[in-house]
Design a binder for this molecule. Sequence first.
Ligand SMILES: NC(=O)c1ccc[n+]([C@@H]2O[C@H](COP(=O)([O-])OP(=O)(O)OC[C@H]3O[C@@H](n4cnc5c(N)ncnc54)[C@H](OP(=O)(O)O)[C@@H]3O)[C@@H](O)[C@H]2O)c1
Length: 206
Amino acid sequence: MKIAIIGTGRIGGGLARAWASHGHTIRLGVREPQGSDAGAFAAELGATLHPIGQAAQGADVVTLAMPYSALEAVLEATGNLAGQIVIDCTNAVLPGWSLKYGHTTSAAEELQKRIPEAHVFKSFNAQGAENLANPEYQGVRASNFFCGDDPRGKEILKQLVEEVGFEAVDTGPLQSARLLEPLMLLWITSSQQLGTRDLAFKLLRR
Ligand SMILES: NC(=O)c1ccc[n+]([C@@H]2O[C@H](COP(=O)([O-])OP(=O)(O)OC[C@H]3O[C@@H](n4cnc5c(N)ncnc54)[C@H](OP(=O)(O)O)[C@@H]3O)[C@@H](O)[C@H]2O)c1
């Protein structure tokens, strides 16, 4: 698949590394490709570096892995992403770790309203970025939750989540982002309480 990743930091970089190792064509989207620090990273992965709009154009999947505050600027560059799968990894947090949206809507649903012809999914927002490099705990794969409305997109999300090494858990329609977005706050609170970022969620089943 052709996967565009906007943002090459801890989340974008981790996903790029994992998906490149599975043979996907990775296009990293940055504000200023010329002289960007991400150039060496792209070369290491066999990925390419582009201005944001160009990275997204024609990609099967567009992954948003930049600060939520950059969303408007990013959408201005990408356009409406019609027909493309969009993975929203961002966390719309306000100062003091409160959520911008909650309960009656979510950042992902608001994003879907903004780009109605795209297929928006929420995923990779509710664990520390370190888990992207190693999501295994004593031989058990951590769970990574995703949600979205497009049936074909769900198959793709399942594959991409598993390629990072997680157990993929489909939590239903995009509306479930109302639950997945606050889950990030539970991860952060637990991390602070336990004094480690070496933790992840696991859904147990019989
Ligand atoms: N870190 C975590 O554990 C974690 C976990 C789950 C979800 N998240 C979410 O994932 C997203 C990325 O987090 P991160 O930790 O990967 O951040 P990060 O390491 O700080 O990386 C952010 C990336 O976004 C780029 N960026 C910043 N402003 C931009 C703009 N206006 N337009 C385009 N790109 C821009 C940065 O580029 P420059 O380097 O050029 O500034 C950088 O490549 C955030 O929304 C965060 O809430 C983070």
